[in-house]
Design a protein around this ligand. Structure first.
Ligand code: PEP
Ligand code: MG
Length: 754
């Protein structure tokens, strides 16, 4: 068997020299294929580049007919080259003609060549093209040769990605710059036109070719050791790696980090001439290419683990930062993230953000709630978006339909610019409704309130004409703070909120932390099921010091005014009573110390734990008001984590079980004369809100941007007819998992604006 001349390292060095020569892109490619052919002792070396129309085009060749360059093209999937592009795997054959996929292109003159070795040109797991060498004689290509050609292909990937080939073709013709349209879940209304900002930036590997092999091997070993040590330490201390991740994830990541095969592949890649960081990138790119073609969710999860490990290694090796630099967020940034905790979003300069795209994270995840509070157009559950984009890519998102357009064509761009203008006009119309009461066509007034959580939300009360702040999520302020806010800081904050809306009530909710709402300065507790764990009022009752301090701050801030406070996650009447007695004791304290007390104090319970549905009469009697947290209530009813995308989409809020449960709460409130409001996300969606009116709700609290659309729906509703329709729908329940389509038809045939 012939061996490669000079080996892969010499070839890499030579290719790097060629890369630096001041020649045209075509000349550079032509020189590269000559070098590869000579080094691999092959008669033919060809480069095929994947175009935006999914065809592979011959860009350069040594050995085949030169006239075929830029003339010969094939589909991905057609012939051996197409097969490699589609499978993203190398293919080595001693007799190419015998392979069933072999397709003969007469203009290339390749019939004279028998043996064939082709490898995909990969970047971040995406195929950018195919690199092929061919020999006249039948020969077997060694594993080292396959490895060497793959390493060489990585250099070509960089050349293609550098944009140099744009000089040869229109950049829009290359797959790399291909426009892509994806669809996810609509999470926060709004059209965002801007540029991608990757929340976790990819590490840019600048130096691909190793200068000193043994030094690179040492760097690799050291980085692997350091990474393992840091993971071991995380496991030992039960610390968290990022929002929402816990022990199981860490354990899996540790398993991958100690995987011998993986480390062996890294070493081999370095030995083929790459720097340690380039080796990590290459091995990861191969793994991604293979795993991306898997549909099995388990394997895709493994891919995330592998990505995580590879990223850790790359950061270790290059010293580059883990998260986007918050201070240098460009104008019109659209954040693209796999997943994100609410605090991470709050860290960004909101004025520069135009949108948020999440690969995971459903509509009632807390980051979505924060995005809605901030009024940032958001699309969630966009599978595969991270692999498709680079920071800086133009992107358009539509938070009302869930559409995402990456590198959009000019006509898509102008269509969305128009849509954004129309939306602005519609917003003006909603603004005109500000002072119009939300009254149905048969004269029933519906109370619309606003959800808030940050000081910047509060002015929206005036803009939207909301009757009050129906839910003030106090934990958001705590999540922003560098340490637990002191009593006087809390007092000033609550007073500031009430001062900003002197003519309208504010319903403060006491701290709802735990689960994915984590205070960075509080020791994290390792829990198997955080959503079912120590959170909200459970923490408040077990650590009454925190709750007492918060209540005291609220009572002082509410001096001389009507103060409304509600407790989250109340699971039984006893918990409400316990929380209430703490509040009353604090009221007593405020009185005894001569502070001016609130003119009235209303204490409410959130109904969001299903057990309370069997104590409804009692809680409706004891509480001054009830507020339904449908986000949590539905998650617990269906035993489906609201943040877990695999299950959260499975069940619909507009289903008989959910609507019946909600109906019972409204009924219990009515019978006891206790006001009931619903403050979960479903209240802000016009179709869901229509159903809620139909089962008896007369008060809804929602994000500010939802008030206009919900009010305009209400103005078109005949309430008596809607109630009769829902009652019939729920009575004649035939076991359908969702009533959404029927309700939509009902609304459409009556021209109710949704
Ligand atoms: C809810 O659970 O519906 C709710 C309003 O509270 P949060 O979304 O903050 O848990
Ligand atoms: Mg809740």
């Amino acid at each position: 068997m012939r061996s490669a001349l000079g080996g892969p390292r010499l070839l890499l060095r030579r290719l790097r020299e060629i890369s630096a020569e001041p020649v045209s892109a075509q000349t550079r490619l032509d020189k590269i294929v000559v070098q590869i052919a000579a080094n691999m002792v092959a008669e033919v070396c060809s480069v095929y580049v994947l175009r935006a129309d999914s065809r592979l085009e011959l860009y350069a060749t040594e050995g085949l007919n030169r006239e075929a360059v830029h003339q010969t093209t094939m589909h991905a999937g057609e012939g051996l080259v197409g097969l490699i592009a589609r499978s993203a795997e190398p293919l080595a054959l001693s007799e190419a003609h015998d392979h069933p996929a072999f397709a003969y292109k007469p203009e290339t003159g390749e019939d004279a060549y028998h043996s064939f070795l082709g490898v995909p040109i990969l970047r971040g797991g995406s195929t950018l093209g195919v690199l092929v060498v061919q020999n006249k004689v039948r020969r077997v290509y060694s594993e080292e040769e396959v490895e060497a050609l793959q390493t060489t292909a990585m250099l070509l990937a960089e050349l293609i990605a550098s944009g140099e080939l744009q000089a040869i073709e229109d950049p829009r013709d290359l797959a790399l710059y291909r426009p892509a349209s994806l669809r996810g879940a609509a999470m926060c209304d709004g059209v965002g036109l801007g540029h991608v900002l990757l929340h976790e930036p990819r590490v840019v590997v600048k130096q691909l070719v190793a200068e000193d092999l043994s030094r690179e091997l040492t760097r690799l070993e050291q980085a692997v050791d350091a990474m393992r040590a840091s993971i071991d330490e995380l496991v030992a201390h039960g610390d968290r790696m990022g929002a929402g991740e816990h022990r199981d994830v860490l354990e899996t990541v540790r398993m991958v980090a100690y995987d011998r095969g993986w480390v062996r592949r890294l070493r081999e890649a370095v030995k083929s001439g790459l720097t340690a960081e380039a080796a990590v990138e290459r091995v990861q790119s191969d793994a991604r290419a293979r795993m991306q073609r898997q549909t099995d969710p388990y394997l895709r999860d493994r891919l995330h683990d592998l990505d995580d490990i590879a990223n850790r290694l790359l950061h270790q090796l290059t010293g580059q930062s883990y998260v986007a630099d918050r201070d240098s967020v460009p104008e019109n940034a659209i954040i693209v993230a796999r997943t994100m905790g609410p605090a991470a979003l709050l860290d960004y300069d909101r004025a520069r953000l135009r949108g948020l795209v999440l690969e995971e994270g459903g509509p009632s995840s807390h980051v979505a709630i924060v995005a809605r509070a901030l009024g940032i157009a958001t699309v969630g559950l966009v599978a595969g978006v991270i692999d498709l984009v680079e920071t800086g890519d133009p992107i358009i998102i539509d938070g009302s339909t869930g559409e995402v357009h990456v590198r959009p064509q000019p006509d898509v761009q102008s269509a969305y610019a128009e849509k954004a203008r129309l939306r602005a006009r519609r917003q003006e119309q909603y603004a005109k409704l500000r002072d119009v009461p939300a009254v149905t066509t048969d004269g029933v007034q519906i109370a619309l309130h606003m959800n808030a959580g940050l000081a910047i939300d509060v002015p929206h009360v005036h803009e939207t004409g909301a009757q009050s702040i129906g839910l003030f999520r106090t934990e958001l302020q705590f999540m922003l703070a560098p340490r637990f806010p002191r009593m006087d800081e809390q007092y000033r904050f609550y007073k500031g909120v009430m001062d900003a809306v002197p003519d309208r009530p504010v319903t403060f909710r006491t701290l709802d932390i735990g689960s994915d709402k984590i205070l960075p300065y509080m020791a994290k507790i390792d829990e198997e099921n955080p959503a079912l764990g120590w959170r909200a009022i459970r923490i408040g009752l077990d650590r009454p010091g925190l709750l007492r301090m918060q209540l005291r701050a609220m009572l002082k801030a509410g001096a001389g005014r009507n103060l409304r406070v509600m407790f989250p996650m109340i699971a039984n009447v006893a918990e409400f009573e316990a929380a209430k007695s703490i509040a009353l004791r604090e009221l007593d304290h405020v009185r005894r110390h001569g502070y001016l007390e609130p003119s009235s104090l209303h204490l409410g319970a959130m109904v969001e734990v299903p057990s309370l549905l069997w104590e409804l009469e009692l809680i409706a009697e004891r509480a001054d008001f009830l507020s339904v947290g449908s986000n949590d209530l539905v998650q617990y009813m269906y035993a489906a984590d609201r943040d877990n995308t695999r299950v959260s989409k499975r069940y619909d809020n507009l289903s008989p079980p959910v609507l019946r449960a909600l109906e019972r709460i409204a009924d219990a409130g009515r019978r006891a004369g206790t006001p009931v409001t619903l403050c979960g996300e479903m209240g802000g969606r016009p179709l869901e809100a229509l159903a809620l009116l139909g089962i008896g709700y007369r008060s809804l609290s929602m994000s500010p941007s939802a008030i206009g659309p919900v009010k305009s729906m209400i103005l078109g509703v005949d309430l008596a007819e809607t109630q009769a329709y829902l009652s019939a729908l729920l009575t004649e329940n035939d076991g359908a998992p969702s009533l959404r389509e029927k309700l939509r038809d009902f609304a459409l045939t009556r021209n109710i604006p949704l």
